[in-house]
Every structure is written in structure tokens, then in C-alpha cells.
Design a protein around this ligand. Structure first.
Ligand SMILES: Cc1cc2nc3c(=O)[nH]c(=O)nc-3n(C[C@H](O)[C@H](O)[C@H](O)COP(=O)(O)OP(=O)(O)OC[C@H]3O[C@@H](n4cnc5c(N)ncnc54)[C@H](O)[C@@H]3O)c2cc1C
Ligand code: SF4
Length: 507
């Protein structure tokens, strides 16, 4: 049963074989596999249990309800907005279903430079196969490519750029286009409709509105989780205490280091919270003559990989991806006031977005902040990476013009740059894309509890177990040793599948 704990409902005290913290791409997989193997599992999720009937497709209702800090989580300098889910199913409830395996050159980098020889292709294959089956991953059909993605593909092909239609995890998709706000039709194969129900059917005790705040260890072994039942605004109510010999932290790349730092655990290497990579992204918006209705249909199906070659250099490059923004977000980013702003908004149905998503080598840090729901996040976009984002935006503008855009908006802050057809996009490269001068968003925070063979430079071993604390595992995107350079949900789930099997072997 999935129990939404309520303020005033008293305290929660439980015992289990395993306590999993967080129900996203990592936590849901671990909880389901262990429960299905007959272990007693408690799954704690700080967010509420919202389901398809609650997804109203309205951004002003869904952003505050479903996202960390109401969708306004920022780095401390205000330079980068970080979007993360806060609900049963985690960020998979909002993601856009690109389903990519870990690129082999990145796995090789992790094997060779991070002391992880266990991650051989043959060794990870069964985990990939299981999660792809569990999430019903399949190739997007040609008739599912929406008009915006078709237009952008035509622009890229005109310029000779390499790209392809990807795989995704949708089943019976009605092409409603509201994926980011939660799928009202249960077509998106997020954790909410796949692994969480599997854990539930197998007898896991799943608690929503249950925030883990501290983990305790005794004699070098994980022992119990302490926290509170939380209301919608994050206010603490009843206490919770779960005693378990195995604790799996899967609170995401901001939440997991926050809990470890508050607990004073697993930080012998002084690496917890460090090495934060964000895959920072900037969006160029094209204005077209014809109506595109870019918000209709599957939002992302095409993917331009012309500017990333991980085989040649696993530490550089960026991807270009079509993207649509809903009206409120669009209105907030368009320049001008009154009639001038209205004129741009009138063209909303004629816009198409293309974002550059950086395989970042820059890094940042998560530290526990004053408030439990607001960790302190810093990030320093280095010059080389800023230059790559600017270069990527030049290519976005080229593609949009080649696709027929008459005007392209580049998101400089506070005043966007508007390029008219015939203008030279190289002006963007000359101006650059320094943090704070351009609107940047991240939906892929990673690497803050990184995996590695050397306890002096990493937090967890090849199976996700903390070097310093037996029985304490991390199973989320925070374990990536480096930036991934690809959409991360399948890698997160694959590593969590390995962790679950390891726990079964050792329990
Ligand atoms: C808008 C958006 C679009 C995306 N698109 C794609 C895509 O197309 N393809 C792709 O591969 N990836 C995509 N991603 C990324 C993908 O969803 C993530 O890689 C994945 O969900 C990360 O899994 P996770 O387990 O690390 O964290 P999450 O899925 O974020 O889960 C963490 C969970 O832990 C909970 N939690 C945090 N702290 C606590 C605590 N103290 N106590 C209890 N619970 C806690 C959170 O509420 C959350 O539910 C997207 C993400 C977003 C936000
Ligand atoms: S496009 Fe498909 S998966 Fe996305 S919200 Fe619509 S029906 Fe759901």
C-alpha cells in the first residue's frame, strides 16, 4: 500500500530489512527488486503521492506541486535553475522519456580512470536489459515525431548535421505533450506507473510525505533512519524512525549529499557534495511564419549529436534537443512590456525551441543549508564550458534559421538578443555565455556522491555501497563518477539494478 502520511497522524516507527530513501529512477528500482525477492522494504518519499487524475496540465498548479522548491530551486548566485521532482516517482514523473544507455566511452572512462573495472559491457548488459524491459523502452515511430521535431530535423539535415530519432519509455502515448507536468494518461512509463507499483504489489511499505533527515550508523554499519512527516510546504510534523541493517539513499544528487552531510557519514574522502555536474542547458527560440503548435505531440523525439564525439573526447561536447515551453514560462522569458510583449506572445503558436545541453567539465558543490528543504548549491561555469554553450547556441540559431525561422531569440539576461533572418549568429560566440548573463537550466544534477575504486577520492564503491559505512548504499544519479554526456535516467536505473542485486547477494 502507498500511504500518504498526514500531519497530525502521529509518529511512524518501523523495522525492515531495507529502508530506501527516495522513489525516483534509482530508489524505485531498488525497492521493487528487493521486495519482489521477498525482503521487507520500507520506501520513504518526501513528496506526495500524486497520480494521473491530479495532473491538471496547468503549469501554475503543477510546478509548485510537483517540483523541488516549487520549480524555483537555484544555485546560490541565481545563475542556474535546477528542476527536480518531489513526488512519488521522483523526476521520472516530469522527464521527457529520452531513453539512452550509458555511452560506452563514458563507461570506459569510469573503468579506466575511476577504478571501476566491474563496469564491463557484458557485466552491465543484464541490468540494462532488465530496466529497459521494466520501463518498456522502444524506438519512437516516425508517425510519433511531432511537427516541431520534424521542422528542426529538416533544419539540421539541410546543414548536414548528424541526428536521429531516439528511443523512449512511453506506452499507448496519446501525444498530449504535457510530459513535464505529469502524464494524465499513465502513458509515460515513469517510476510512478512501473517500479513503484511493482514494489507495492510485492509488499513494500511505501510512505509519501516522509522526509529522511539523518542516518545513524553503529560500529561502522548502517542502523536507522530518522526524519519527519512533512506537510506540502515542507513543515515537519510527526517523527519517523526506521531501523534497518541496509539503508539505500536515493534522494537524488542534491538530496543524497544533503542527508549524508547532515548525518556526518561516508565523508572520509571529503567528497560528499563535491563534483556536482549539471548538464547546464540554454534554449534558443525560433519564430516561424506558420503555426507549429510545438506543445502538441511528443515534446522530444529527435536528437542532434553532431557536436559530441565521446569516442574522440569523452570530456567535451554538447547535444542539441528540441524543446517546448508552456505559456507562463514563455511569457516570463520574452522581453518587453505591454504591447511589445503582447506582440511576441501572439506568436506563441509559431515558436519552436532548440536547446544546447552541455557535457560539463565545470563543477559545483552541494552543502547543507539552513533549511532542510533548501540545500546550498554552488556551481562555477568555467570559460571553456561557457564557450561551448555559446558555440552551441550559434548552431541552434543556424538550425532554426535553416528550418525557416524568421527570427531567433537567444536568452541573454536581462535583455534577450533577437536575431533576424540574415543576421550572423556568430555574434553569440563573440558575446559568450557566462553564468549569470544567460538563462541556464539544469534537469540533470549528478556526481555528488561519486562512485570509484579509491576510497580517498570517491564516496561509494562499484556497487553503490559507501566505502566508510557497511550496509549504507547510494542508488541515484549522484553516483555517476563524471558528467554523463547523455540523458541519464537509464544509467541511473541500470546502476540501481546492480545495487539491488548486490544487496540481495549480501543480505
Ligand atoms: C524536466 C525533466 C526532464 C528530464 N528528461 C529526461 C529525459 O528525457 N531522459 C532522461 O534520461 N532523463 C531525463 N531527466 C532526468 C531523469 O529524470 C533523472 O535522471 C532521474 O529521475 C534521476 O533519478 P534519481 O533517482 O537520481 O532522482 P529523482 O528521480 O529526482 O528522485 C529522487 C527522489 O527523492 C526524493 N527525496 C529527496 N530528498 C529526500 C529525503 N530527504 N527524504 C525522502 N525523499 C527524498 C525526491 O522527492 C525525489 O522523489 C529529466 C529530468 C527532468 C526534471
Ligand atoms: S505526450 Fe504521451 S507521455 Fe507525454 S503527457 Fe502526453 S500522453 Fe503522456
Amino acid at each position: 500500500m502507498i500511504v500518504p502520511l498526514l500531519p497530525g497522524g502521529g509518529d511512524l516507527v518501523e523495522r525492515a530489512d531495507v529502508c530506501v530513501i527516495g522513489s525516483g529512477a534509482g530508489g524505485a528500482v531498488v525497492a521493487a527488486l528487493l521486495a519482489e525477492a521477498g525482503r521487507s522494504v520500507v520506501l520513504l518519499e518526501q513528496g506526495h503521492h500524486w497520480t494521473a487524475k491530479d495532473f491538471t496540465q496547468r503549469e501554475e498548479e503543477m510546478l509548485p506541486r510537483l517540483f523541488e522548491e516549487g520549480g524555483m530551486r537555484m544555485t546560490v548566485d541565481g545563475g542556474i535553475n535546477i528542476l527536480q521532482g518531489r513526488n512519488v516517482g521522483g523526476s521520472t514523473v516530469h522527464n521527457l522519456c529520452y531513453a539512452f544507455r550509458t555511452p560506452e566511452p563514458i563507461l570506459r572512462l569510469w573503468r579506466e580512470e575511476h577504478g571501476l573495472p566491474e563496469l564491463m559491457p557484458g557485466a552491465v548488459e543484464p541490468s540494462f536489459a532488465r530496466v529497459e524491459a521494466g520501463l518498456k523502452v522502444k524506438q519512437i515511430r516516425e508517425d510519433e515525431v511531432n511537427r516541431m521535431n520534424q521542422i528542426i530535423r529538416a533544419g539540421a539535415e539541410k546543414l548536414g548535421y548528424s541526428g536521429f530519432v531516439t528511443k523512449h519509455n512511453r506506452e499507448g502515448c496519446l501525444k498530449a505533450g504535457y510530459c513535464i507536468l505529469g502524464c494524465s494518461y499513465d502513458a509515460k512509463q515513469s517510476m510512478l506507473v512501473t517500479y513503484v507499483p511493482r514494489a507495492d504489489r510485492a509488499g513494500a511499505r511505501i510512505y509519501a510525505n516522509a522526509r529522511a533527515e539523518r542516518i545513524e550508523a553503529e560500529g561502522g554499519r548502517a542502523r536507522r533512519v530518522l526524519g519527519h512527516i512533512v506537510g506540502p510546504g515542507g513543515a515537519a510534523h510527526g517523527a519517523l524512525e526506521i531501523t534497518a541493517p541496509v539503508i539505500v539513499l536515493a534522494a537524488g544528487s542534491i538530496g543524497s549529499p544533503d542527508v549524508l552531510l547532515r548525518s556526518g557519514l561516508a565523508n572520509g574522502s571529503n567528497q560528499v557534495g563535491r563534483n556536482l555536474h549539471l548538464h547546464p542547458a540554454a534554449i534558443a527560440t525560433g519564430f516561424f511564419e506558420d503555426v507549429i503548435d510545438s506543445y502538441r505531440g511528443i515534446p522530444q523525439s529527435y536528437y542532434i549529436d553532431q557536436f559530441i564525439d565521446l569516442e574522440r573526447d569523452p570530456r567535451a561536447g554538447y547535444m542539441l534537443m528540441p524543446i517546448t515551453a508552456f505559456p507562463i514560462l514563455t511569457a516570463a522569458t520574452l522581453p518587453g512590456f505591454g504591447e511589445a510583449h503582447h506582440a511576441l506572445m501572439r506568436d506563441y503558436a509559431r515558436t519552436a525551441g532548440l536547446l544546447v545541453l552541455l557535457h560539463d567539465q565545470s563543477s559545483g558543490r552541494v552543502e547543507s543549508g539552513g533549511s532542510l528543504s533548501k540545500p546550498r548549491i554552488t556551481y562555477n561555469l568555467e570559460d571553456r564550458d561557457a564557450r561551448q554553450i555559446a558555440e552551441g547556441l550559434v548552431h541552434c540559431a543556424e538550425v532554426l534559421f535553416a528550418a525557416g525561422a524568421r527570427r531567433v531569440l537567444v536568452p541573454y539576461w536581462p535583455e534577450p538578443l533577437i536575431l533576424e533572418r540574415g543576421d550572423d549568429p556568430a555574434v553569440i560566440a563573440r558575446r559568450g555565455a557566462a553564468q549569470g548573463e544567460i538563462v541556464l537550466t539544469s534537469v540533470h544534477p549528478q556526481s555528488t556522491c561519486r562512485m570509484g575504486g579509491d576510497p580517498a577520492s570517491s564516496v561509494v564503491n562499484a556497487w553503490g555501497e559507501c566505502h566508510d559505512v557497511r550496509g549504507l548504499y547510494v542508488a541515484d544519479m549522484s553516483v555517476f563518477p563524471t558528467s554523463l554526456g547523455a540523458p541519464p535516467q537509464i544509467t541511473t536505473a541500470m546502476l540501481a539494478d546492480r545495487t539491488a542485486h548486490r544487496i540481495l547477494d549480501t543480505l
